[in-house]
Write a protein that binds this ligand. Structure first.
Ligand code: DON
Length: 586
């Protein structure tokens, strides 16, 4: 399908997509008498977007619409996910660039298989364990976050290539075309993009290349309503459209990346780029109350720990305790505390460390953990490191979920780590450099960029992939895709996904209610229960009485992009916590 076809059919498709995206659900319910009463009765305060033919949920509405347009043109979920990823690279530069990495879970209805693609970045060959440890023993956080040495070899383009080759029906050029036009012709800066740019002003202003794209002539960041044109990024996309992923890893784009690394102290070489592979991995399967969960294996940590925490929760009557109750919150906090302690010790890239997956996900270990939980009494996280700072999550990762009418599913979380990555743009490419090396433990026992403690298992080694919290998840019911979801949120990704799963699977909430419900987080160290605004005053009072220290008033936690498929109808939810997100159905 060439661009002309795309354009000529776009009028009707856009109307359909806009309808599904913006019509209040009440209108849908009237228009579509078949809408399921159980989800869309007037007993719910929050309602998902509804569509019948396919759906895309992402952090940026324009990107969701690009994906839905591909579906409307007959593309499948894999084509649509690829197009949405490329569009996010243009319209969500803080988190979506193709110079990042992440994880995808894919379900192909035709092949009847579910698999993971690990496209996490790799440490360059010249990286070494103490490369960010200063002479005084402290971790050089500036070098990690804002220098070229903090970058890993990007994985997203290789993953899209692999996904399209396995299951796609469209070419790389076809799925890139909408993004290429957005980059070349310009897009209007939204308020949320303007806010993000202004927040990252300092990092983006460190070198001229980023400022040329994101600043006004007077040196201030672009404002809402301005036009964002990304000519170099359009060139990069056109090279990939023409020459495939090879352009990025071995061709013209690789040349520019390597030239910049050589000139300005980066470690990524031609060989590092050429050696990069997106890896197909078996998903981890976990049964929970009649559902089958497909979860991300290592170097993801979310899959193992979501299963571990659900196992623990299954020992308690969480349905009866009720969502948001102090009693359920306590069970979750204690399960989280143990999971994050185990994460710090056992998890890492499986090519470098043996991860005891079966034990961690197993029932006997869950029984041990559950037995140690005394209702109404907080446990202690021992050995709290004095220098451990309360963690702020960033805005720098993003998730997209796509489902189509054939039953194909893509759930993909991608990241350049911090907001706008390192803030460094590789000249001539429009690519923001990731700072993923911050996911490693730069020095054993110290927190990584997201405050997560780690040891040898997650130390820096050449070619290694850093441990990640990204947790794309697909839930099956009766062997049919039922729910797919995922989130950004640094260390809080795992607990955010857990809570939305529990809200749907334990409490039967519709996906929008499940998403809106206030969240909590605990990560072993620091020994604090982070509570979102909206957690009830009574619950907080009871938790304090049990001995918990609460951290309140900070930022919201996570941004889940979820789709459910029930009896042939799609129900989508974009988390309202971060502005600009949207579901586009058709
Ligand atoms: O892979 C990880 O766990 C991190 N690179 C994720 C970073 C993240 O989610 C930041 N923000 N929202």
């Amino acid at each position: 399908m060439k661009n002309g076809a795309l354009r000529s059919r776009s009028g009707i498709a856009w109307l359909a997509i806009l309808f599904a995206a913006v019509m209040p659900v009440g209108a849908h319910a009237q228009a579509e008498a078949t809408t399921r009463a159980s989800l869309l009765d007037f007993g719910s305060v929050h309602h998902p977007v509804v569509a019948r033919n396919g759906m895309v949920a992402s952090q940026e509405m324009r990107a969701s619409r690009v994906g839905a347009l591909i579906l409307a043109q007959g593309g499948n979920a894999f084509d649509a996910a690829a197009a949405t990823h490329f569009a996010l690279a243009v319209s969500l530069p803080r988190a979506g660039p193709i110079s990042g990495g992440g994880f995808m879970l894919l379900h192909s209805a035709e092949a009847d298989e579910t698999l993971a693609i690990d496209y996490k970045e790799t440490a360059p060959a010249a990286a070494h364990a103490d490369m960010f440890v200063r002479e005084d023993g402290a971790v050089d956080r500036d070098a990690l976050a804002f220098s070229r040495r903090g970058a890993g070899v990007p994985g997203l383009v290789a993953a899209i290539d692999l996904m399209l080759e396995k299951y796609g029906t469209m070419t790389m050029a076809e799925v890139i075309q909408p993004a290429l036009e957005m980059a070349r012709d310009g897009i209007v800066v939204t308020q949320s993009l303007a806010d993000a740019l202004s927040f990252a002003r300092e990092a983006l202003g460190a070198e001229p290349a980023a400022g040329e794209i994101f600043f006004r002539p007077d040196g201030s960041t672009l404002r809402a309503g301005d036009e964002l044109v990304q000519r170099d990024l359009a060139w990069t996309l056109s090279e990939i459209a023409e020459h495939g992923a090879d352009a990025f890893y071995r061709g013209s784009i690789a040349e520019k990346i390597v030239a910049d690394m050589e000139a300005r102290g980066g470690l990524i070489t031609r060989d590092d780029l050429a050696a990069y592979r997106a890896i197909e991995r078996d998903v981890l399967w976990h049964d929970y109350k009649g559902y089958r969960l497909a979860l991300m294996p290592p170097p993801g940590s979310g899959g193992i720990h979501i299963a571990q925490m659900l196992n623990v929760m299954e020992h308690f009557p969480v349905e009866d305790l009720g969502p948001g109750s102090a009693a359920k919150t306590q069970i979750m906090v204690e399960a989280m505390r143990q999971a994050y302690a185990d994460r710090s010790e056992y998890l890492g890239d499986p090519a470098f460390v043996d991860v005891p997956i079966e034990w961690l996900m197993g029932e006997s270990y869950a029984s041990e953990i559950a037995a140690a939980i005394e209702p109404g009494v907080a446990r202690d996280s021992e050995n709290i490191s004095p220098g451990t700072l309360p963690v702020e999550e960033g805005d720098d990762t993003t998730h997209l979920t796509v489902m189509d009418k054939w039953g194909n599913v893509v759930s993909s979380t991608t990241s350049i780590n911090f907001s706008f990555g390192s803030g460094i743009v590789i000249p001539g490419t429009g690519l923001l450099l990731n700072n993923v090396m911050g996911d490693f433990s730069a020095s054993p026992g110290t927190p990584n960029a997201f405050g997560l403690i780690g040891g040898f298992a997650n130390s820096i080694q050449p070619g290694k992939r850093p441990l990640s919290s990204m947790s794309p998840t697909i839930v099956f019911r009766d062997d049919t895709p039922y729910l797919a979801t995922g989130s950004p949120g640094g260390s809080r990704i795992i607990t955010s996904v857990l809570q939305v799963l529990s809200n749907v699977l334990d409490h039967g909430m519709n996906i929008q209610e499940a998403t809106v419900e206030p969240r909590i987080h605990h990560q072993w160290l620091p020994d604090l229960v982070y509570v979102e605004r909206g957690v009830s005053v009574d619950t907080k009072h009871l938790l304090r009485g049990m001995g918990y220290t609460l951290e309140e008033g900070g930022r919201t936690q996570g941004s889940l992009q979820s789709i459910m498929w029930i009896d042939g109808v799609f129900y989508g939810s974009s988390d309202p916590r971060r502005p600009g997100a949207g579901v586009a159905g058709y």
